[in-house]
Design a protein around this ligand. Structure first.
Ligand code: ADP
Length: 521
C-alpha cells in the first residue's frame, strides 16, 4: 500500500508532524503502520478501497490532549478527521473524507460522566457506545432506556452528531441531545446552551441557553471536536408491545402512508416506526443466491414467491406500543381499525410471526442494542451497502413517486430495491440501502453511478438527502443550491472564521477549507 500523505506535506514534514503528535498523546497512541491503519478504512468502500485512507491515527485521552493535537495540526498544516468510535457503517466507517488526513480517534475518552435518575439524562464522552450506556443503566437497575440505532456498537455522541435515528419516541437523536462541550480548531473550549453558566444545573435540562443556539452547527459539519454531550433518556414504560403489519401489494404504499401520517401526527403511534421492502426483509433471512441466482435485479415474480414462502408482504411495517396494558390494547385496536381499510393487510404482535426481522425490531424498539440488523449484509458475498437517503413528505403522492424513481433506477442499473422508510412525525427518511459486493470493482462502479443519478433525479423533483457517504457528500451538498448555493457560502464563511487553516475534516459534508476548495479531492 502506498501511504497517502496530506496535501502539501512531504515524507519529512509528515514524519516531523507524527513525532509531534507522539509527544502530544504518548508514543503508543499514534498509529502509522499499514497493518493497523487498515482498521481505519471504510469497510464498505464504494470507491477504490485505497482512496479514502488515513495517513495516521492519533488517540487523545483528554480535552487537554485534544487541544495539544489541534496545536500540532495548526503548526504543521496536517488535516484531522475526528471520529468517536468510528463505526458509521454505510457512511464511510472511520475513513476520512480527505485522503491522507490524520484520524483523531476519541474512543479512549469513554467515560459516562453522569446519569441523572431524577431528570433522566446522561452526560457522555465520545467513546461511549450505545451498548455500554445501556449496560450501565441495566446493571444499576436505572429505570430509563437509551434510544438505540439499528446497530448498537457505535458511539452515542457520533451517531447524534451525524443526526442518526432510533426507533422510539426519542428516535430523533439530535432532538434529544442537550448540551455539548466542543473544542474549536484553535483549541478554545466552549460549552453550549446553559452549560455556558459556570456551575449550571440546567445544562442537560434546557437546550437553548441565552443567545444563538450553536449545537446544530457542530452536527454534520467540520467546525469543532465535540468532547462531551448530554442526552435525554426515555423513562422505562410500564408495558411494551412490538407489532408487524404486512401489505400485500406494491401500490398499498400510498394509502398506508396517508393513514400513517394521521396516526403519527395525532399521537396514536408514538415511536419512530419503519416500513421495509420485501427484499430488505428477505436479506435478513438468507443470502440473495438462496432466492435467486440470475443476473440483474431480483424479478418481481421471485419477490412474490419470497412473500409467500416467508409469509411477509411487499411492504412490512414495524411499530411498537408503550404504556399500561389497557392503553396498549386500545392503541392496537386503533391501529388495526385504521389500517384494516387496506385490503390484504395482516396484523401480528411480536411472537405471533416467526419473522427474524420482527424479533430484531422488537428488541431495537425496546432499546435493547444489538447487531442483528447486520444480517442483511449476507445478501452478497463481501456484502456492503451505500445509502441514498432522501427525505419524503409523508404523503401517498410523494412516497409513490420516490419509490417509482428508485425502483426504475434499480432496473436501469441492475440493483435491487431495498427501501426502508423510517417515519418521523411529518416526513419519512426514505433510505435505499443499495447492497453491493465490496470486492467487485464493477459492482462498486455501478452502485456509485446509480446513487449519483438518484441524487440528481431527486433534486430535480425537490427532494434532498439527510445524510451521505463521503463518496457522495459533494454531490448531495450541491443539491442544496437555493440562491446560487447560499447555504454552502454560509458554511464556508463559518469554516473560514472558525478554522482558518482548514485543519478539521476538510470536505466533510462538502464543506472545504479555502485552500482546498474546488480541487476535486
Ligand atoms: P459511530 O461510531 O456512532 O458510528 P462515528 O464515531 O463513526 O460514529 O462518528 C460519525 C461521524 O461523526 C464521524 O465520521 C465524524 O464526521 C463525526 N464525529 C464523530 N465524533 C465526533 C466528535 N467527537 N467531534 C466532531 N465530529 C465527530
Amino acid at each position: 500500500m502506498v501511504r497517502k500523505l496530506p496535501p502539501g506535506l512531504n515524507e519529512q514534514s509528515f514524519a516531523d508532524a507524527v513525532a509531534s503528535f507522539r509527544r502530544a498523546v504518548g508514543d503508543k497512541w499514534v498509529i502509522d503502520d499499514d497493518a493497523q491503519l487498515a482498521n481505519y478504512r471504510d469497510p464498505f468502500a464504494v470507491l477504490d478501497p485505497e482512496h479514502l485512507t488515513a495517513s495516521a491515527v492519533v488517540m487523545p485521552a483528554s480535552v487537554e490532549e485534544v487541544q495539544a493535537v489541534l496545536a500540532v495540526a495548526n503548526d504543521t498544516g496536517v488535516p484531522l478527521s475526528p471520529v468517536s468510535i468510528g463505526k458509521n457503517l454505510g457512511y464511510g466507517g472511520p475513513a476520512p473524507r480527505l485522503p491522507g488526513a490524520v484520524v483523531v480517534d476519541l474512543k479512549r475518552m469513554n467515560r459516562i460522566l453522569e446519569v441523572n435518575e431524577k431528570f433522566g439524562y446522561a452526560l457522555v464522552e465520545p467513546g461511549v457506545s450505545f451498548m455500554e450506556l445501556d449496560n450501565y443503566l441495566r446493571e444499576r437497575g436505572i429505570d430509563f432506556w437509551v434510544d438505540v440505532p439499528d446497530l448498537g456498537w457505535g458511539s452515542v455522541l457520533g451517531n447524534t452528531l451525524e443526526r442518526g435515528v432510533g426507533y422510539t419516541a426519542y428516535g430523533d437523536h439530535f432532538a434529544i441531545q442537550c448540551g455539548m462541550e466542543v473544542v474549536l480548531a484553535d483549541g478554545d473550549v466552549v460549552r453550549t446552551g446553559m452549560g455556558g453558566v459556570p456551575g449550571s444545573s440546567t445544562a442537560q435540562l434546557f437546550k437553548y441557553g441565552f443567545g444563538p443556539v450553536y449545537d446544530g452547527i457542530f452536527t454534520q459539519s467540520n467546525f469543532g471536536i465535540v468532547t462531551k454531550m448530554g442526552l435525554w433518556l426515555l423513562p422505562k414504560p410500564p408495558g411494551y408491545q412490538a407489532y408487524m403489519i404486512t401489505l400485500a401489494h406494491e401500490e398499498d404504499l400510498g394509502p398506508f402512508v396517508e393513514i400513517l401520517r394521521t396516526l403519527k401526527m395525532n399521537g396514536t403511534i408514538t415511536n419512530v416506526p419503519s416500513l421495509r421492502s420485501v427484499l430488505l426483509d428477505a436479506a435478513a433471512v438468507a443470502p440473495r443466491s438462496h432466492f435467486y441466482s440470475g443476473t440483474g435485479p431480483v424479478p418481481d415474480s421471485v419477490s412474490r414467491k419470497i412473500m409467500a414462502d416467508l409469509n411477509i408482504g411487499w411492504w412490512n411495517f414495524y411499530g411498537a406500543m408503550y404504556g399500561p396494558q389497557a392503553s396498549i390494547d386500545l392503541q392496537w385496536q386503533t391501529v388495526r381499525d385504521a389500517f384494516s381499510t387496506i385490503p390484504g393487510a395482516s396484523f401480528y404482535l411480536a411472537g405471533e410471526h416467526d419473522s427474524p426481522v420482527l424479533a430484531t425490531r422488537a428488541k431495537v424498539m425496546a432499546c435493547q442494542p444489538n447487531l442483528e440488523t447486520a444480517d442483511i449484509f449476507q445478501w452478497f458475498d463481501n456484502g456492503g451497502h451505500v445509502d441514498f437517503a432522501p427525505l419524503s413528505p409523508a404523503t401517498s403522492e410523494d412516497a409513490l413517486s420516490q419509490y417509482a424513481m428508485v425502483r426504475d433506477a434499480c432496473l436501469e442499473f441492475g440493483k435491487d430495491y431495498m427501501g426502508n422508510w423510517i417515519v418521523g412525525r411529518r416526513e419519512m427518511h426514505h433510505i435505499q440501502m443499495t447492497m453491493f459486493d465490496t470486492k467487485d470493482p464493477d459492482d462498486r462502479t455501478r452502485t456509485l453511478a446509480f446513487t449519483k443519478q438518484l441524487i440528481r433525479q431527486a433534486a430535480e423533483r425537490g427532494y434532498g438527502a439527510y445524510r451521505a457517504h463521503p463518496a457522495i457528500m459533494d454531490e448531495v451538498a450541491a443539491t442544496f443550491s437555493f440562491n446560487d448555493g447560499a447555504l454552502m457560502r454560509l458554511s464556508e464563511r463559518v469554516k473560514d472564521a472558525l478554522d482558518p487553516k482548514g485543519i478539521l475534516a476538510p470536505g466533510k459534508q462538502g464543506i472545504w477549507p479555502k485552500s482546498l476548495r474546488g480541487k476535486g479531492l
